[in-house]
Write a protein that binds this ligand. Structure first.
Ligand SMILES: [Zn+2]
Length: 87
């Protein structure tokens, strides 16, 4: 029997099956009129929500490397140059 785990954002309700989809977000509120007692609020938010609220900067995406031409493409370019040069 197989199981599937679905991770769901507490803010927008977005879902994914990858655990890295969610980030733990906590906020601590300290109450002055109660001798600085604190309340902690915790949630699991997706990358889109943390980026939308500027809690976290978007991950830098590495530039996609220029794909190397395959042998067939190299041969075609050489033939194209030779044919084009002869005309
Ligand atoms: Zn979200």
């Amino acid at each position: 029997m197989s199981q599937t785990t679905t991770y769901k954002c507490d803010r927008c309700g977005g879902e994914s099956q990858e655990s890295a989809f969610l980030q733990s977000v906590t906020a601590t509120i300290r109450w002055r009129n109660t001798d600085w007692q604190s309340t902690v609020i915790a949630a699991e938010w997706c990358d889109g929500c943390t980026e939308e609220l500027n809690i976290r900067k978007p991950a830098k995406k590495s530039p996609t490397p220029h794909p190397r031409p395959c042998l067939e493409e190299i041969i075609r370019n050489i033939a194209r140059e030779e044919i084009g040069g002869a005309a």
